[in-house]
Design a protein. Structure first.
Length: 463
């Protein structure tokens, strides 16, 4: 019974973070119009993203050294406080401050939840828990737009922010009950020097990602500058060898980044292409995306029941992700029936649904006790930054090609195929001690990463 309460609390927290992520994107145009400061519109998003990168890095080591409870409840407090500040904001500057606090708190929560999963649930339950986490991210994308629209039109945009703290407190009480008596006090790792430097590199990484965001509208200097900053800073936050897909954990993190980047960069352009180039209504285009969300949930459910092996999940998921993007890319040509968009995105959603939770499970499998937080944070930082880079680069290609939709699908197809190529490198022998990227096997040598005795790792999305 206690584990049921814990699972309900974990899923509630993931759902609330996911819902607010989506809700803010929908409500922000109304917010900017009422508060003014349209020139600060992008900062409301990039500021939260920057804070989340820092929070992810800090939360990972904090959870390893002190246990997940302190970063978890600190994150919940920051998340609630940030939402409250944003909901009561008299100006865009104050709202951005609230978004920064919200992003930081949400990141702490996300990483801490992974460590909770690693330390409480037996390994055989990890696939099922992560399938629930994946569904908790997907469901808000289906029901959220209607809810946010109703709240914004009836109560006002402020309540998009102010209602969630009440739900967070309720979810927190359920989670608190489930956590009672669990072996979570204390860490499983010793404090290491260099945390301040890691946080510094996280800030630099966030700056680089922000530059790429602002350069995606055609300002090539900012785009190149941001990419240069990331090439220096990002590898310091990821397992050594990630950028060359070294076997084991580096390949897992790289595959997660490539798959997420390909999916989200394509998803950004799909409704625009369907509405502007192929003449679908907003509702019809939304149904295309909903089909992908449903198959994402279904594939996650299959992964949770271990219908296929992990290797099959990665190979089949990567193949279907690439195939779906290829099919959707053909819809950009008027000779192709627009109805193909529906099965195309259904295939794409199924592919990412197999990949996402499987990579979360693998991250824990390749993490020694006391390293789940650090490795989970690396997984999430890689996913976030790869996605920002993918969206920025494809947006720049789209602009340079004078609204050339095909360029976006071509670029995302290349990313998906690259993920398919490195999928077999995500596995190592399941004997001897587990190691993370601090050790030779996981840091890019020819030797594969080896798991040890206890714990796996957790993961959650991006949305």
């Amino acid at each position: 019974m206690k584990r049921k309460a814990l699972t309900a609390g974990l899923v509630a927290m993931v759902s609330l973070v996911a819902f607010e992520y989506m809700a803010v994107a929908i409500a922000m145009p109304v917010v900017a119009k009422e508060l003014g400061g349209l020139e600060l519109y992008g900062l409301a998003f990039s500021g939260a993203m920057a804070a989340s990168v820092v929070g992810t890095v800090l939360g990972g080591r904090w959870a390893d050294v002190r246990g997940p409870l302190a970063p978890l409840w600190t994150g919940v407090a920051g998340f609630v406080a940030g939402l409250t500040v944003a909901g009561l904001a008299p100006s865009m500057e104050v709202l951005i401050a609230g978004r920064f606090l919200q992003g930081f708190g949400g990141a702490l929560v996300s990483v801490a939840l992974y460590v909770v999963v690693a330390r409480v649930y037996p390994e055989e339950l990890h696939p099922r828990i992560f399938s629930l986490f994946a569904t908790a991210w997907v469901v808000p994308s289906m029901a959220g737009p209607a809810i946010v629209g109703v709240v914004t039109e009836t109560l006002g945009w402020r309540w998009v922010f102010l209602l969630v703290p009440f739900m967070t407190v309720a979810g927190g009480l359920v989670l608190l009950r489930g956590l009672a008596g669990q072996p979570l006090a204390g860490g499983q790792s010793e404090a290491e020097p260099g945390l301040a430097g890691k946080i510094g590199w996280a800030v630099v990484t966030a700056v680089g990602a922000g530059l790429m965001q602002y350069g995606s509208d055609g300002r090539l200097v900012l785009l190149v500058a941001g990419l240069a900053v990331l090439l220096v800073a990002l590898p310091r936050l990821l397992p050594a060898g990630t950028l060359r897909a070294a076997r084991g954990l580096p390949a897992v993190v790289g595959l997660r980044g490539l798959a997420s980047g390909a999916f989200f960069a394509a998803e950004v352009i799909v409704p625009l292409m369907l509405i502007q180039a192929r003449g679908l209504s907003t509702l019809a285009a939304g149904l295309v995306l909903m089909g992908g969300s449903l198959t994402w949930s279904f594939a996650s459910w299959l992964q949770g029941r271990e219908t296929f092996s992990q290797g099959t999940n990665l190979r089949l998921g990567s193949t279907m992700l690439a195939l779906g993007i290829l099919l959707m890319g053909t819809v950009t040509f008027t000779a192709v029936p627009v109805a193909l968009a529906y099965p195309a995105w259904i295939v794409t959603g199924f592919g990412i649904g197999l990949l996402y939770p499987t990579l979360s499970v693998l991250t824990l499998e390749l993490s020694a006790p006391g390293e789940q937080g650090r490795n989970s944070s690396a997984l999430q930082v890689g996913e976030s930054v790869f996605s920002v880079v993918a969206v920025a680069v494809t947006s720049a290609l789209f602009t340079a090609a004078h609204s050339g939709y095909w360029t976006v699908f071509a670029a995302t197809l290349v990313m998906a195929l690259a993920g398919l190529a490195i999928a077999p490198r995500s596995f190592g022998p399941r004997s001897s001690g587990r190691r993370s990227f601090g050790h030779r096997a996981a840091s890019g040598s020819a030797d594969p990463v080896a798991p040890a005795e206890p714990a796996r790792e957790p993961v959650n999305r991006p949305a």
